[in-house]
Ligand binder design. Structure first.
Ligand SMILES: Nc1ncnc2c1ncn2[C@@H]1O[C@H](COP(=O)(O)OP(=O)(O)OP(=O)(O)O)[C@@H](O)[C@H]1O
Length: 262
């Protein structure tokens, strides 16, 4: 008997209002606990793919299932529950810069609180302890009361990872999490994501431009090109030549596009 995948894309297409094709007939299954890396040229649809999983973007056709349940029509409480179970890491960290690190990390718990308690910031003692623990995990225990904008980019991204951890998510979506970081910091951020994956069996889906990092961290690599899934292999089968092919510039088409666009 095959195990039910955690996430399933069935013939998923996304066309933006202006007619741009974001995703084209994507069929994909992602098992629980996988560290999946999505690669592809800029504009290939990587962010779109990620954002359909937590319904930041709605799809045009097809279906997306999580644990066998379609998510595409979820509303209200059910949608909030879905989003609570999915942590998101952004390229630009998305912290509240003028708030303390503690407050930023605690905000990962908001999905578990009623509206008023969230607005008033009345977090429980347990959650404050959990926040301290989450920060310790990413090596920032001593920064609890520091303002977020006083941290380096790498530290801010690690706070964002601690915030995602606070959600107790099943899935972590990371959209170019290291794009604005130096190589050393990059490794620590990727290691933090890998730890969540290995220690808590969280499913991690990361959009990356760096081929070496994709090869170092992924269990499996998928490639997108112009919204289509053009590559899908477990890491053991991935070759440099495959990855180079995904990143090959479609020169003729691009030149033609520019002429049309100019
Ligand atoms: N809100 C939007 N409205 C219209 N088109 C969009 C929108 N967001 C993305 N697109 C287009 O959809 C396509 C896929 O974009 P997407 O951001 O998913 O690509 P990407 O692979 O993540 O690119 P990058 O690596 O540059 O982040 C692109 O052609 C992009 O211009």
């Amino acid at each position: 008997m095959t195990e039910q995948p955690l996430i399933e894309f069935n013939h998923v297409s996304k066309i933006y209002k202006n007619g741009t094709v974001g995703l084209k007939d994507i069929n994909l299954t992602i098992p629980q606990g996988e560290f999946l890396v999505v690669v592809g040229l800029s504009g290939a649809g990587k962010s779109t793919l990620l954002r359909t999983i937590n319904r930041m973007h709605d799809i045009t056709s097809g279906d997306i299932l999580i644990e066998g349940q379609s998510i595409i029509h979820l509303q209200g409480k059910k949608l909030r529950q879905l989003r609570r179970s999915i942590g998101m890491i952004f390229q630009n960290f998305n912290l509240v810069k003028r708030s303390s690190v503690q407050r930023n990390v605690l905000s990962g718990r908001i999905g578990y609180y009623g509206t008023w308690r969230s607005i008033l910031g009345l977090f429980s003692k347990e959650d404050k302890q959990k926040a301290a623990h989450a920060l310790k995990r990413v090596g920032l225990a001593e920064k609890l009361y520091t303002r977020a904008d006083q941290l380096s980019g790498g530290q801010q991204q690690r706070v964002a990872i601690a915030r995602a951890f606070m959600q107790d998510p099943k899935i972590i979506l990371a959209d170019e999490p290291i794009a604005s970081l130096d190589p050393l910091t990059t490794e620590s951020v990727m290691n933090d994501l890998k730890k969540l994956n290995e220690e808590f069996n969280m499913t991690v889906i990361v959009n990356l431009h760096s081929v070496p990092l994709a090869q170092k961290y992924a269990d499996r690599i998928i490639g997108l090109r112009a919204g289509e899934l053009v590559y899908d292999q477990p890491i053991a089968n991935v070759t440099d030549a495959d990855l180079a092919a995904i990143y090959e510039q479609p020169k003729v088409v691009q030149l033609a596009d520019r002429v049309v666009a100019s």
